[in-house]
Each structure stands twice: as C-alpha cells, then as structure tokens.
Design a protein around this ligand. Structure first.
Ligand code: NAX
Length: 327
C-alpha cells in the first residue's frame, strides 16, 4: 500500500476549511490511490477548537477509506511536523474600519511565524500554498523566513480567479466551459489582477476573434473577475468558500500532474516586467510532482502592459508595508 502523505491545513474550522477537508479526504486532491493524514491547525481558542472537533467528527462519519489519521492541534509546531503539503488558509479577516495596511501587518505576523516553523519541521519535500489574504504578499513573507526550503516551494492561490475568468468568457461566447483554454492570471489576487484574455482561446481560436467586443473584454470582463469576491459577499452575505476550496483542489492537483499549464502566484524573476522579488500570478507548466516552470515570452500588447504595470505597483506597495517583516 502507498504510504500516506501528511497535509497540514491552517484555518480548518473556517468556512473554506469546511468546504475543503471533505474534498481532500475523498481523494479529489491527491488521487484515489493516495492515503492521507490531515494535520489540522487552529487558533488556541475554545470556540475554534470545539468547532474543529465537530468538523473532525463529521470527517469520521464519512468513513473515507483514504483518511488514515487526523491530528487536531493549536500548536503549529505539531501541525506542520513532517508535512508534505502545507495549506495556509487561516488568516485574520479585515474588520470594520480596518485599514488594508493594518491587515497586511497583522496577517504578516502569522506568516512570519508559520514560514519559520514550516522551514524547521516540515518534510524535506514540503510544498506550501497560501490562500489567506493578502495571499501573494503572505507567501512572500513566509518564503522569506525559510533557509532550508527554496522560494519556489511557496506559492499562492490565484486559481479561483482563473476559474472565474474562464466561466465569464464561456458565458459571453455561449460556448461550453471546456472550449475555453489558455486563460492565465497575471499579478495580485486583488481587483488589480489581469486575466489575460488576449492569450485565451475559445474552441482553439483567439478569444478576441470570437468575442469581438474589445470594450467588454477590457472593461466589464476584467472588472467582473477582479471584483467577483465582493459580488459574492453582497449576494451571499459571506465570502467565497466552496469555490475557493475547489480552486485549491485544482491548484494542488495540477501542481502534482506533469504537463499541466495553470496560473499560480510564484516568485517572479522579472518575467513580464514584474519586480523580481514579488509573488505574482503567472502561468506555469508542471514539470515533475510539485515542480514547475514559468511560461516565458508570451506576447503582451499595450493594454496588457498597462494592467501588469498597475498590479505590479500594488504588489510592490504591499511589500513596502511589510518590509520590516521580511527576513
Ligand atoms: P474564516 O474566517 O471562515 O476562517 C478562517 C479560519 O482561520 C478560522 O477558523 C480562524 O480561527 C483560523 N485562523 C486564523 N488565524 C489562524 C492561525 N494563525 N492559525 C490557524 N488558524 C487560523 O475565513 P475563510 O472564509 O475560511 O477564508 C480564509 C482566508 O482565505 C481569508 O484570509 C480569505 O480572505 C482568504 N480567501 C482567499 C482567496 C484566494 O483566492 N486566495 C479566496 C477566498 C478567500 O477570500
């Protein structure tokens, strides 16, 4: 029998956690032949740990054959121990009247601590995926703490944005979702991101040849994708959860499937004029399990350059706010 892999997850008692854990335990992330151990890390409050216990009871009640063990802990050193994958979902939400800079600093502290610990105690092949916002900058902070694990091991999730963008193009073109390909997210997981429609294909044809309404592509399309999170909150009264969990399943599954091309936020090395030290959404191709290469030299027009300049400026501004936390 294949030995189990250890998956550490922060924020498992939250809403994304509730949508995520059952999908992982059922084999949708790592496949139907891969047993798993879930290492679930919550904050040390009675409420969070009690909720987590309830979630674990439900996981027990699913009798998932692949789920070999669960570790429930409020000690990150225990939770990250020997983890092969670390999914950093937990973060402080932005409270009423809270400035973005304060959120960056408060959450930054969490990712300093977690980056250090993961580097000390996780498995030699550990990979880290950050979901907690501001995801790109949090991944940069965590990576900066690591001496053993190289920066390429730390990625942040922009796959929800890719999935959102593909669906909007399919709807506009009245085409099935499977007809849309080559749509990648460049930049920050925030409204400044650039869903690069000029590279996308619909039924194998350039998307702008199928959807000829350039104003729609540049305006409402980019806005809808960029502000989708806010629209979900307005409609549902809570932020995206099931779709975010689904995107994390997609992110990791594609990262362990050689040949897959997909959008993840990674350390830029200056590709597409991103600052070399920010974590930017970019298209990558998975080479071997957990490893990838950034797709380089895709064509960019003036509009794309403008969008990338704006999202890069935001990433640099975020980095400036947390500068003192970077090791
Ligand atoms: P919830 O507030 O429902 O849950 C967060 C959970 O994390 C809570 O149970 C909390 O106790 C826990 N937590 C907080 N700090 C922790 C720490 N230091 N260690 C361990 N656990 C900790 O939020 P949820 O809706 O699940 O969202 C989680 C994060 O995902 C938020 O930061 C949110 O902004 C972010 N998102 C990121 C997305 C992306 O595409 N990158 C999309 C969805 C989501 O908005």
């Amino acid at each position: 029998m294949t030995p189990p892999i250890r998956i550490a997850i922060t924020g498992p008692a939250g809403q994304i956690g509730y949508a995520l854990l059952f999908r992982i335990a059922s084999g949708q992330m790592f496949g139907q032949d891969q047993p798993i151990i879930l290492q679930l890390i919550e904050i040390p409050t009675e409420k969070a740990m009690k909720t987590l216990e309830g979630v674990a009871m439900e996981l027990d009640d699913c009798a998932f054959p692949l789920l070999q063990q669960m570790i429930l802990t409020s000690d990150p050193a225990v939770g990250f121990k020997d983890a092969n994958w670390c999914c950093l979902v937990g973060a402080k939400p932005r409270g009423p009247g809270m400035e973005r800079a304060d959120l960056l600093k408060d959450n930054g502290k969490i990712f300093v601590e977690q980056g250090k610990l993961i580097d000390c105690v996780a498995a030699a092949d550990a990979r880290v995926v950050v979901v907690g916002n501001p995801a790109n900058t949090n991944a940069m902070i965590a990576a900066s703490q690591a001496k053993r694990l190289t920066p390429d091991r730390f990625t942040a999730m922009v796959r929800l944005d890719e999935n959102r963008a593909k669906t909007q193009l399919a709807k506009k073109a009245n085409a099935p979702l499977t007809a849309v390909s080559d749509l990648y997210i460049f930049g920050n997981h925030s409204p400044t991101m650039f869903p690069a429609f000029h590279l996308a294909k619909i039924h194998g044809k350039p998307a702008p040849d199928v959807i000829t309404d350039t104003q729609w592509l540049r305006g409402p399309f980019c806005d809808t994708v960029g502000k989708r999170g806010t629209a979900i909150i307005a409609a549902r009264g809570a932020s995206s959860a099931a779709s975010a969990a689904n995107a994390l399943v997609d992110h990791i599954r594609d990262l362990i499937t050689p040949g897959k091309i997909h959008s993840i936020a990674v350390k830029s090395n200056g590709e597409y004029n991103f600052d070399p030290d920010v974590w930017a959404g970019l298209p990558v191709q998975t080479t071997t399990t957990g490893n990838y290469e950034i797709l380089k030299n895709l064509p960019m027009d003036d509009f794309a350059h403008q969008k990338i300049t704006a999202t890069n400026a935001e990433l640099i501004a975020e980095r400036d706010i947390v500068k003192s936390m970077l090791a």
